[in-house]
Write a protein of this length. Structure first.
Length: 345
């Protein structure tokens, strides 16, 4: 894996002003993406993962979001300091996004081929319409869309859900971006098409220089795609590590909860699926301590009083923001694992 950082988000803070108060949607989030790497950002709905991604692309000001702090360094430039014109030159060109519901984002009155070519012509004004058409055709062949020439002349409602998602991928890839954000790219698809889209995106990463940021709540999708994983909760990164470490040696109770809620095909017992009790905190008035403390069955007194640091763990690049990972706690009680014993403190 290439260790050249292409996108570096540092201490990002984003709020949304509401009638009830200011929602602290993203609270000091940091993550980076290396070239030709797939990074997964996982968590429940409302944890801030999509807001972080859209802010990194310079999109959230349109939705009423206000960036209160941080940097988004992309190819040496801070996205948050660029003009609207400079951001438009980057979006769809050097950075692209695959949205969750392609039917919502595709124009129902335009043939899909025209929608793909418009993206290319916007960033390559010297190109002819014919050049753009054949470029779109080559991308559709790359992503294995059946009968690409025929389907380019169809409207979105004439295509299946999987084909519409492939059209969205083609629109995102036609300008050969350095970073591709995929926001829940398989959620609206049946399991067979999900598998095809996952295989397609893995294949594209091998064939191109594009890095992928996968935003999802589905740990199964992350397991099949991600090189590294950031676990988000209540606007914060609570654990980070490579995929193998997160799945086999997770250390944050929230990560345990996410993993325990995934059905296992190799389990012989047929117990009910595990769910995380309680609800996420109100981010208009977030708690002073760990945001997961109220839902955690291993919470200690300090958890509700002070926010834990991100403690470095045994594997390089693995850290977790949990008091169970404090060096003194580990010295006294040992490392806490999934299914381990709880020690009050």
């Amino acid at each position: 894996m290439n260790n050249e950082i292409i996108l570096d988000v540092r201490d990002l803070v984003v709020t949304f002003d509401m009638y009830q108060g200011s929602v602290q949607a993203v609270r000091g989030v940091s993550f980076h993406v290396n070239r030709k790497e797939t990074v997964g950002i996982v968590g429940e709905s409302g944890c801030g993962k999509s807001v972080s991604a859209k802010t990194a692309m310079g999109l959230n000001t349109k939705a009423g979001g206000s960036v209160k702090g941080g940097q988004v360094l992309f190819e040496g430039k801070d996205i948050l300091t660029l003009s609207k014109k400079e951001i438009r030159d980057i979006l769809g060109n050097r950075m692209s996004m695959i949205f969750q519901d392609p039917f919502t984002f595709l124009n129902p009155t335009m043939q899909v081929g025209r929608q793909i070519t418009e993206t290319y012509l916007r960033h390559h004004p010297a190109a002819s319409w014919r050049e753009a058409w054949y470029k779109a055709l080559s991308i559709l062949r790359l992503i294995s869309l059946p009968n690409p020439e025929e389907n380019m002349r169809r409207y979105p409602h004439q295509l299946s859900g999987g084909m519409r998602q492939r059209i969205m991928i083609a629109m995102a890839l036609i300008c050969e971006p350095a970073v591709l954000f995929a926001d829940e790219p398989t959620t609206a698809l049946d399991v067979t098409i999900q598998a095809q889209i996952i295989d397609l995106m893995n294949d594209l990463k091998e064939k191109t220089d594009t890095s992928i940021v996968l935003i999802t709540h589905d740990m199964g999708v992350v397991a099949k795609m991600a090189d590294r994983i950031y676990v988000m909760y209540a606007g914060k990164i609570v654990e980070h590590g490579d995929a193998e470490t997160i799945f086999h040696r997770p250390r944050h109770p929230y990560t345990w909860g996410l993993l325990n809620s995934v059905p296992r095909l190799d389990e012989k017992t047929k117990d009910e699926l595990h769910s995380i009790p309680g609800v996420p905190p109100d981010l208009i008035a977030p708690p002073a301590g760990c945001p997961f403390a109220a839902r955690c069955d291993r919470a200690m007194k300090i958890c509700s009083r002070r926010m834990p640091d991100a403690f470095d763990l045994s594997e390089p690049g693995h850290y977790a923001g949990c008091w169970l990972c404090h060096p003194e706690y580990i010295h006294r009680f040992g490392e806490q694992q999934r299914g381990g014993q709880h020690h009050a403190g």
